[in-house]
Design a binder for this molecule. Structure first.
Ligand SMILES: C[S@@+](CC[C@H](N)C(=O)[O-])C[C@H]1O[C@@H](n2cnc3c(N)ncnc32)[C@H](O)[C@@H]1O
Length: 207
């Protein structure tokens, strides 16, 4: 399959991004998502394929991606947690929907800096208590640092992913983490180069 062709067929009405691909203008739920259509599809596919039971999003923004994922939390497929430093930016409709699920411990929105040691510790506890495979998805302002910080929290069988390859996350950002934290790249070939999302799985203990 030619990833460029797939991208262009699905994004014929969008302007290409600076890397010659497509714009980040998808809006399937009514809250804009800072992901392309194919990136959304890749994430949904990954959740299904990898059997993710806890999805942790670093960087909520409006809640656009969260609004796509929330039904999965509502129907019990996985638990959803999203963390945003600028609480005021989150769309109030999204916040209300998350709150409806909060009673059932299916969804949560945390306010704070993902590099604050207390926040990292809270996420560590969340990961430790999660019953099935967890995916930590790095979509904040410093994705290489998020990868370095949060890869250390994974249990064997968990995943860490990042948005914006190669614009913000480059091979040299995640390659050293593979041996350090016992990770393997599980990204389907065309995801990384053609879609711009990377996904790593922890397959053995850290060094
Ligand atoms: C690219 S947007 C997230 C987009 C969202 N995941 C989506 O797809 O709809 C990045 C968000 O991360 C937040 N952010 C940046 N640095 C952060 C940090 N250190 N801690 C928490 N949030 C941060 C920004 O305020 C911004 O809302």
């Amino acid at each position: 399959m030619n990833p460029e062709l797939v991208g262009r067929i699905l994004h014929v009405t969008s302007e290409p991004d600076p890397w010659g691909r497509w714009s980040f203008n998808s809006n399937p739920s009514g809250i804009a998502v800072a992901h392309t259509w194919l990136q959304i599809a890749a994430l949904l596919w990954g959740i299904e394929e990898f059997g993710i039971e806890t999805f942790i999003e670093l960087g909520t923004y409006l809640g656009g991606l969260g609004s796509i994922l929330l039904p999965g939390a509502a129907y019990g497929k996985f638990a959803y947690l999203s963390i945003e430093r600028d609480a005021g930016v989150v769309d109030v409709r999204f916040r209300q929907e998350v709150e409806k699920l909060a009673d059932h411990r299916r969804a949560a929105l945390w306010s704070g800096d993902v590099f604050d040691p207390e926040m990292v510790e809270s996420v560590r506890l969340k990961v430790q208590q999660a019953e099935g495979p967890t995916l930590i998805y790095c979509d904040d302002g410093n994705k290489p640092q998020e990868l370095r910080t949060y890869a250390a929290l994974l249990r064997v069988g968990d995943y860490i992913g990042a948005h914006d390859y190669p614009g913000e996350v480059k091979v040299e950002d995640f390659q050293p983490l593979l041996s350090q934290y016992g990770l393997e790249e599980v990204t389907v070939d065309f995801w990384r180069e053609g879609i711009g999302v990377i996904m790593l799985k922890k397959v053995r203990a850290s060094e």
